[in-house]
Design a protein. Structure first.
Length: 115
């Protein structure tokens, strides 16, 4: 069973940057998609960005131009670079790894953006 561990969250002022990491416990050799999700208090979880095995990425319109997702295969890690952060970006950020047959979540990391 693969485990995911997020890191890099914290408290930052509006306009600042953070880089989140999602590290897998082992390399996944089958086609997969890793997505970064966030959930703000009182709101539903939303997909922020995703990357598939071939490298194709998708970023939500709400963060386009500010957030970027990337993968380091050698480190089994996916990153979410977040720039120009806004208070509305506050939430718990979790990564999810999904294949055609199974899915696993990390425990999440808190991001708080102060105004």
């Amino acid at each position: 069973q693969v485990q995911l561990e997020e890191s890099g969250g914290g408290l930052v002022q509006a306009g600042g940057s953070l880089r989140l990491s999602c590290a897998a416990s082992r390399r996944i050799f089958i086609r997969n998609t890793i997505g970064w999700y966030r959930q703000a208090p009182g709101k539903e979880r939303e997909l922020v960005a995703s990357i598939i095995t071939g490298g194709t990425t998708n970023v939500a319109d709400s963060v386009k131009g500010r957030f970027a997702i990337s993968r380091d295969g050698a480190k089994n890690t996916v990153y979410l670079q977040m720039n120009s952060l806004k208070p509305e970006d506050t939430g718990v950020y979790s990564c999810n790894l999904m294949t055609t047959t199974w899915s696993v979540w990390g425990q999440g990391t808190q991001v708080t953006v102060s105004s």
